[in-house]
Design a protein around this ligand. Structure first.
Ligand code: 5GP
Ligand code: ZN
Length: 114
């Protein structure tokens, strides 16, 4: 899938609506349309990166920024426990091929995950 047909690029470009909780030059954070926990946010780069498979030494600052934003949203929302998840490729559960970090909180999380 290229960026023209990517649903998260459309969310970045405001072509489809979302409940945005943070926006800056490089990142967007918004509520998941099908929440799996009382708090379920998606943190994405504005740039179309397919998955963690495309993270390398030249663009890894974006991964740091995503985790830093997750930490800051955790503080802002006063979350004392949360889980960050990057699904990479189909059998790991990836359905949208634009890099995203799930921030899940507000219920007991099980380990190992299903
Ligand atoms: P994945 O399964 O790829 O790790 O996660 C994709 C997530 O994107 C899913 O949790 C799904 O509910 C969410 N999602 C898919 N389409 C939309 C949408 O149009 N808007 C929002 N806010 N979330 C979406
Ligand atoms: Zn995209």
């Amino acid at each position: 899938m290229n960026s023209d047909s990517c649903i998260f690029c459309k969310i970045v470009n405001k072509e489809i609506p979302s409940e945005i909780v943070h926006e800056d030059d490089e990142l967007l954070a918004f509520r998941d349309i099908s929440p799996q926990a009382p708090v379920h946010l998606l943190i994405i780069p504005k740039q179309h990166i397919k998955s963690t498979e495309e993270i390398n030494d030249s663009n890894c600052h974006i991964a740091g920024k995503i985790i830093s934003l997750a930490s800051s949203l955790g503080r802002k929302l006063k979350l004392n426990s949360y889980r960050l998840v990057f699904n990479t490729n189909e059998s790991a559960g990836q359905t949208v091929f634009h890099l995203h970090c799930h921030l899940l909180a507000g219920r007991q999380m099980n380990w190992p995950p299903g």
